[in-house]
Design a protein around this ligand. Structure first.
Ligand SMILES: C[S@@+](CC[C@H](N)C(=O)[O-])C[C@H]1O[C@@H](n2cnc3c(N)ncnc32)[C@H](O)[C@@H]1O
Length: 220
């Protein structure tokens, strides 16, 4: 099928696959294939590897990412999803915070060829340690594998501008192994609602990502 744009800025599709335009042509980040059309190279965006891609494949419609967006990304890991955000926000800035030194090394390597990606070795529970250098970001995206994910997200919201879009990936198994995931997702939603956020979406990410949901909010 021919490659065509989607309703989500910076994201294309060839039918079965989501694609982002490769900001570093000729380079694959995690073994994804690089289809070309009309002289443009794209990267296949795998929903089994990336919760943001899974959000779109599961019917998510709220899209705060623009070509020039500034993004605070918490829990960037080795940069699988962050690399696609770097394609999408090609003229913006992605500040990618990661606590694990091992994953951070991969992020550093990725940033060598992606000047819009700024890796920070840091702890998302301590936003004051990295927030000062940020300015107000347009998008807050959080995917940290630990307890109290909603609390960490709320702490970091101070770095997002009013009207900005926040994505909280809730990993039920990191919160509580014993509780039903649906209850954990609802509890996280309530916590964000009680903090005065407007809830735009709550979407379970199965079958691509088991026991995960994406909560999307707007800061008023
Ligand atoms: C599921 S992985 C991230 C995958 C990545 N977001 C992606 O889609 O490519 C979760 C990451 O959160 C990181 N993490 C856990 N607690 C953290 C914290 N307090 N601050 C920053 N990162 C944290 C872990 O080291 C791990 O790399």
């Amino acid at each position: 099928m021919p490659i065509r744009p989607t309703e989500w800025e910076g994201v294309a599709t060839d039918g079965p696959w989501l694609l982002t335009r490769n900001r570093v042509p000729g380079t694959s980040v995690y073994g994804e294939s690089l289809p070309r059309e009309g002289g443009i190279e794209y990267r296949r965006w795998d929903a089994n590897r990336s919760k943001l891609a899974a959000y779109l494949k599961c019917g998510g419609r709220v899209w705060g990412f623009r070509a020039t967006s500034s993004v605070l990304y918490l829990g960037a890991g080795s940069g699988t999803t962050a690399s696609h955000v770097s394609d999408i926000c090609r003229d913006g800035t992605i500040t990618a915070v990661e606590i694990s030194a091992r994953a951070f090394r991969d992020l550093l390597r990725l940033a060598e060829t992606r000047p819009n990606l700024v890796p920070v070795l840091g702890d998302a529970t301590k936003p004051e340690t990295y927030g000062g250098r940020l300015g107000a970001v347009d998008v807050l995206y959080q995917d940290v594998a630990q307890r109290e994910q909603a609390g960490i997200f709320l702490k970091n919201l101070r770095w997002m501008r009013p009207g900005g879009t926040g994505y909280l990936v809730v990993k039920a198994r990191s919160e509580d192994m014993a509780q039903a995931p649906a209850r954990i997702f609802e509890a996280a939603k309530l916590e964000l609602l009680n903090a005065g956020l407007k809830i735009l979406d709550l979407r379970v990410l199965s079958p691509y990502q088991l026991d995960h949901a994406a909560l999307v909010v707007q800061k008023t």
